[in-house]
Design a binder for this molecule. Sequence first.
Ligand code: SAH
Length: 469
Amino acid sequence: MQHFPIFLAVAGRRIVLSGGGDAAMAKLRLLMKTQAHLTVIAAQIAPEIHRWAAQGKLRIITRAMEPGDALCAALFYAANENATEDARAAAIAHAEGALVNIVDNLADSQFITPAIVDRDPVTIAIGTEGAAPVLARAIKADLEARLPTSLGVLARIGKTFRHAVDVLPMGRKRRDFWSEFYFNTGPKALENDGESGVQKALEILLDTHTTATHTAGHVDLVGAGPGDPELLTLKARNALDKADVVIHDRLVTPEILELARREAIIIDAGKEGFGTAMAQSDIDALIVEHARNGAYVVRLKAGDPTVFGRLDEEIAAIEAAGLTYRIIPGITAASAAVANIGQSLTKRNRNSAVRLITGHDTKGYADHDWKALAQPGEVAAIYMGKKSARFIQGRLLMHGANPATPVTIIENVSRADQRVIATTLVEMEPTMSRANLTGPAITFYGLAPRHAQQAARQTPLTQPLEATS
Ligand code: SAH
């Protein structure tokens, strides 16, 4: 981020603009929405600007900018549509301590003016650091269409009422009150009875909320998918949007956590393979404790919560506490991984069943029906299979699996650093240890990438594996 967005307090402060033509007028139309004292300085000033001056909206000085003109100004705009005059005027303003913007000159500007959606006091600023003004305009148009013009009125009335709402406890209770106001009661009252109706509605609503009994919390057990935020379901996104508390596991990516509300409490309950950072019973207790306090808890799990996620233990704890819950499925690592190697999990005449197996469970390496898996055409997606690679390989070979059976390891599925490593059963363990897998990895037994080139393209390390660390 080269430009940090802020909202500057300009009421009662000076904003000076040098220029009197079209560029000046465009900026002034925006600036006149503020409560700043505007001064326009230029040798030639368009009649429209004179009219604004006559209406008391700004002050005019009809000459070129001189030293002293920008004293005490918070902001200065150079809008002369003349690079030499802009530079000269900007230098004066800069020396006098104003923040300087030169119209259409990003490099010499200290700040830029964003595209603005105005639902005062709700103001949305959109900036692309000068990279894509078209995009900014498109986003602006989109938001303009989506946000009712009444939003500003409701926010203005709502603001005067904020103090009264202090009687409600902070957090969920207050948020529930305001969301009901902005999205339900407020718009209805405004439409039916105008602004006075809104005031009355606020009072009634507050009364209802203060007398309401304690609301019990709720838990959503949510699948976060393999890592790419675009692979989240809409339900998962909405849950993150509203959660008071997010308890996530180690594999949930920062990009996904970023989608939680800024005020949400985010708790990392990450568990490392074999050794545990937080015992499952502690996680269960944590979920229950927050929900009991009335919080909306999102238990966020990588992939799908129903796949190797110890979901049932959490549900048992939630049910025992008499709380409500909902499961929101996610895209499991196996689904995202096969998609990326262009394969199906099942295929007619190849495999009519696919096994999701884990390399280890709480007791250590996990045992499976190796004899059945060793048959030709079998496919298994092996989760948590890094440490157990040698064990799995040995068991399969021992039970007669073909050493040339394709094996594909996909690390960091759906993330920027995804790697696909195509190998065979007999080479599986050495390949994996050479690959130095640091991220989560899923191993497909019985599947090769659809196109050898695809693997080569995605695997910078098919050649010297040691080269990547
Ligand atoms: N519930 C998860 C699985 C949790 S078990 C799911 O449905 O995907 C943890 C294992 O999942 C990891 O050891 C790894 O084998 C696999 N895994 C999870 N996310 C992954 C990713 N982005 N890339 C590769 N493997 C992943």
